[in-house]
Design a protein around this ligand. Structure first.
Ligand code: SAM
Length: 235
């Protein structure tokens, strides 16, 4: 059985897709998709040898080697031009996901129509990358599993600017869809972040005064204010 987190990623993979799962580890997502007869072909990419071997073993054990190609390599370099129409990257920090996308930009130019990205932290780095590189966010989810909160971002080619017109800073940080929906996981995540920031702020204020500390405090106060606005705003 797949985790709720990966189920959520799976939900957005189009039927009959050919997709690449980058940082696949045990290749659980590719195996699950092929077993459900939902996809035609999957590349499971891994850069680290241990997880790469786990993926090879899992795919062999399940007898799925004709549908899943396990490849060792960094990020999108395991994809040949026009090989896939969808890319999933799950279970890493948002900054790393954005770096993988940036370094593999040329692989996204042609056949890739959809990106499904699941950052554990720093989803805003991904939103910024998508905005800059003409990928439009078409949906977002936030969910809680085993006490952890995860975000899933779905993007297709297009101009994201309209999504950020009202308040770019807020929408990049919280997610244009998520801040509208404001579900329980969302409120929990940002209440928790706010508490963290408040703790750091208290420490900064009791530390010796410096230009740097004042700057940091201002920044934190600003972010705390944004959380208050988004969470308490009733519309
Ligand atoms: N995607 C799976 C999931 O969501 O359950 C596995 C997540 S695991 C925590 C992250 C995996 O990404 C690790 O196995 C790591 O080796 C791999 N990884 C990290 N950077 C990578 C890169 N640049 N290219 C390919 N794989 C990478």
């Amino acid at each position: 059985k797949l985790s709720k987190r990966l189920e959520t990623v799976a939900k957005y993979i189009p039927k009959n897709a050919k997709f690449a799962d980058i940082g696949s580890d045990h290749a659980y997502l590719p195996c699950y998709m092929v077993k459900r007869n939902n996809v035609r072909f999957v590349i499971a990419g891994e850069v680290v040898d241990g997880p790469y071997q786990s993926a090879v073993k899992q795919v062999k054990q399940e007898g799925l080697s004709s549908n899943i190609s396990v490849r060792k390599g960094n990020g999108l370099e395991v994809i040949e031009p026009n090989e896939v129409d969808c890319v999933t990257i799950a279970g890493m920090g948002g900054t790393l996901i954005a770096t993988i996308l940036e370094n593999g930009k040329n692989k996204l130019k042609d056949s890739v129509q959809r990106l499904i990205l699941q950052p554990n932290v720093s989803a805003s780095s991904i939103r910024e990358w998508l905005l800059k590189n003409d990928w439009i966010l078409i949906d977002e989810e936030i969910l809680e599993e085993d006490g952890k909160i995860y975000e899933v971002l779905v993007a297709e080619k297009g101009d994201s600017r309209p999504l950020y017109e009202l308040n770019k800073e807020k929408a990049l940080l919280f997610g244009p869809f998520l801040m509208k929906e404001k579900n329980a996981a969302f409120v929990k995540k940002w209440t928790h972040e706010k508490k963290n920031w408040q703790r750091i702020l208290t420490n900064l204020k009791s530390a010796p005064e410096s230009e740097e500390n004042t700057q940091k405090s201002k920044e934190l106060e600003r972010k705390i204010k944004l959380v208050d606005e988004v969470i308490t705003n009733e519309d």
